[in-house]
Design a protein around this ligand. Structure first.
Ligand SMILES: [Zn+2]
Length: 218
């Protein structure tokens, strides 16, 4: 599978370091199941992180840790040769094959959230307040129009959508930061199902937003 859109290096580094919030980490883990390139990048970050921890006193792990790690990577592309076992199992849940990363999560029923839009709440037992959901949007429909105060991570599980930054198909991960007012529209030839998580809080706009907003608990 060839994907066009991947998590940023910063996101993968935060994932490798265990500092990404639970919701976004779940979405990234689901992407890693589908993307060998990003699995390799995470292994590299983990190896670099381990080397840094061994070589530096704790006080040195400061705000420039990201820049230092990225700089190290430029000269250390082959640092990692660890083979991480990424579970490729799929759990069937109704009409889609859910990523293995969702095992152990509570998956709510599809609930109507506007014309052509259904949402299923995903609860991570260890982080029940995390904003994670499955979104199912009909062919040719817009995803709910919204902005957000933090980064939004959206992984396509089925179908495809497009927005100003390109087209996203199965396995592609969109990272939209707080400045983005995006309005993704689903392909005409079939519905789209995404796994989405928020860092920070979402602010929906318009009538649909007022319908969705209570659901996501904001
Ligand atoms: Zn990737």
């Amino acid at each position: 599978m060839t994907m066009q859109h991947h998590p940023s290096d910063e996101t993968l580094l935060r994932y490798a370091a265990g500092t990404l919030e639970a919701g976004p980490a779940l979405v990234v883990a689901a992407h890693l199941e589908l993307c060998a390139d990003c699995r390799e990048q995470v292994r590299t970050f983990e190896a670099v992180g381990g080397a840094m921890l061994e070589g530096l006193p704790p006080a040195e792990m400061s705000t420039d840790a990201l820049e230092r790690a990225l700089a190290l990577l430029d000269g250390g592309k082959h640092a990692a040769s660890v083979t991480a076992a990424v579970r490729q199992d799929r759990v069937m849940a109704g009409d889609i094959a859910l990523p293995a990363a969702l095992r152990g999560c509570r998956i709510g029923p599809w609930r109507w959230r506007g014309p052509g839009v259904r949402i299923s709440r995903v609860v991570i037992p260890a982080a029940p307040d995390a904003h994670v959901m499955l979104i199912k949007v009909g062919a040719g429909r817009h995803l709910p129009h919204h902005g957000h105060s933090g980064t939004e991570f959206t992984l396509v599980l089925k179908g495809a959508f497009s927005d100003a930054s390109g087209r996203y198909a199965r396995g592609d991960l969109a990272e939209a930061d707080a400045q983005v007012e995006h309005e993704p529209v689903v392909d005409q030839d079939g519905e789209c199902i995404c796994l989405a998580a928020l860092e920070g809080q979402m602010r929906f706009q318009g009538l649909l937003g007022r319908i969705v907003q209570p659901f996501v608990g904001i």
